[in-house]
Design a protein around this ligand. Structure first.
Ligand SMILES: [Zn+2]
Length: 284
């Protein structure tokens, strides 16, 4: 199932349901008495209107935004984590322009792309299109308390175009007002912490050309750096990844009611869906 984001989703849904009911169920209604003799010819129902294109949210390129539900990962890519919580309802989406959440590993250009029949380079057009798909808890050999066997602690966001093809600049921006901690223990991570403690981690920006410095205070929406493919191994050698922003969000949360709150990564997917919808509506 793919969720299409509509301006008037309930209205569109109602129209669709009405259409199905009309076409599936013979009408029992008596035509209004207008003085004419009863006709043997059945009265054709007016065809129910299709949802208008304008009912959906479009990005700057006119594409209709849609997303696969949270926790519903690509086949054979991990268990996912179904968490519908919008942890931060007021953030700015962390990229300035259009963006595509999907797997960097199990799609075109990824090391496991063949698992899903997606052999080819990272610039494949379907990598740069909707629907979005969640990648939190995608299979990784890393501990993450919400992922049963460990997994991907954030979500991966491709920029509006494939940089090796377009050479375009795509800016990552501050999701909220906060303070920059950069670079952190890894050479490819910029952190942003808000005054109430929420922590964001931005990875794989163009690290030698950041727009911010360690300790700098930034405003929501301010440019942090350019989306890139920077990644370094344990020896500090550059081992480029795909062009994307890996995005994490830390919150205090309790995994269950018997456990004290911990500060760890939560699934940011629905928070990002919410932010992107507001961005496309112009109500961000
Ligand atoms: Zn990632």
């Amino acid at each position: 199932m793919i969720k299409r984001t509509t301006i008037s989703a309930i209205t569109a849904m109602f129209l669709l349901l009405s259409c199905e009911q009309v076409s599936d169920t013979p009408s029992e209604e008596t035509p209004p008495d207008n003085g004419d003799p009863p006709s043997d010819t059945p009265v054709d129902d007016e065809p129910a209107p299709e949802p208008d294109d304008d009912d959906f949210l479009h990005d700057g390129e006119g594409r209709i935004f849609s997303y696969v539900p949270v926790g519903d990962l690509l086949p054979s890519s991990g268990p996912g984590h179904e968490d519908t919580t919008i942890y931060r309802p007021d953030i700015t989406f962390p990229l300035e322009d259009a963006a595509f959440l999907n797997s960097q590993v199990y799609r075109y250009g990824g090391s496991q792309g063949t698992v899903n029949g997606m052999s080819g380079g990272q610039c494949h057009e379907t990598n740069y299109d909707y629907p979005w798909q969640d990648t939190f808890c995608e299979s990784r050999s890393r501990d993450q308390i919400m992922c049963p066997a460990g997994g991907h602690e954030g979500v991966d966001i491709r920029p509006g175009s494939c940089i090796p093809e377009t050479d375009a600049i795509h800016w990552a921006v501050a999701a909220e007002d906060g303070r920059i901690i950069a670079p952190s223990s890894s050479q490819y991570t910029v952190k942003l912490q808000t005054s109430d403690g929420t922590l964001y981690r931005y990875m794989h920006l163009k690290m030698d050309a950041l727009s911010v410095a360690d300790g700098e205070t930034v405003a929501k929406g301010q440019r942090i750096g350019m989306v890139s493919n920077d990644f370094f191994n344990g020896s500090g050698e550059r081992v480029p990844t795909t062009y994307h922003l890996h995005f994490e969000m830390y919150q205090n949360y309790s995994p269950d009611e018997d456990t004290d709150p911990i500060f760890d990564q939560v699934n940011p997917y629905m928070t990002l869906v919410n932010a992107y919808e507001r961005k496309l509506r112009g109500t961000e």
